[in-house]
Design a protein around this ligand. Structure first.
Ligand code: HEC
Length: 154
């Protein structure tokens, strides 16, 4: 009797493990990130760029479409970082942004994401402008405050 009960609980625990494992991998948002292409692997935030007040101020203007008027990150990602367009990644959530290396972030903003509303910005924004808008966007996951990207976890 006792042996049967133990056997059953092992089976139940096993099933619970399988179910929870399946659920974790089904969360498509947490699927592994695409690898950064070689040509972007050496792109890094300029020294001090995450927290430089002037750069952040300019980043905000770029984000809101006040510098290059046909590029308005806020129209999809929200002026306050709360996504407006369906499917736009919520970049207020550190679970998302702590997964992005600076190179990854720069690559995505430069090249966009195929088959989504996220379009390429290279050629329209300079590299310098892209870094500034990234630094500004990064604040959404840090209570709106300038912050080093030390929460990045590969
Ligand atoms: C027309 C709407 C739109 C605009 C404008 C837009 N985005 Fe996006 N963005 C999206 C969508 C949709 C996604 C999610 C795409 C996906 O992975 O399915 C996204 C994803 C992202 C991501 C996450 C990338 C990843 O791999 O998870 C970053 C970073 C980002 N956008 C930054 C920006 C920046 C910076 C700008 C302005 C220069 C911008 N976006 C402008 C719609 C937009």
């Amino acid at each position: 009797m006792i042996r049967r009960a133990v056997g059953l609980s092992v089976v139940v625990a096993g099933c619970a493990l399988i179910v929870s494992g399946g659920m974790a991998s089904a969360g498509d948002d947490m699927a592994p990130l695409a690898p950064v292409p070689a040509e972007y692997a050496d792109k890094h935030m300029p020294p001090g760029g995450w927290t430089d007040a002037k750069a952040l101020e300019e980043g905000k203007k770029i984000y809101l479409g006040e510098v290059v008027t046909d590029i308005n990150c806020g129209s999809c990602h929200g002026e306050d970082g709360k996504p407006k367009k369906k499917g736009a990644r919520d970049l207020r959530d550190p679970k998302n942004t702590s997964r992005y290396s600076d190179s990854y972030w720069f690559w995505r903003v430069s090249e966009g994401i195929p088959k989504t509303k996220m379009k390429a910005n290279k050629g329209k924004l300079t590299e310098e402008q892209i870094w500034k808008v990234i630094a500004y966007q990064h604040m959404f996951s840090h209570d709106g405050k300038p912050s080093e990207h030390t929460d990045y976890k590969p």
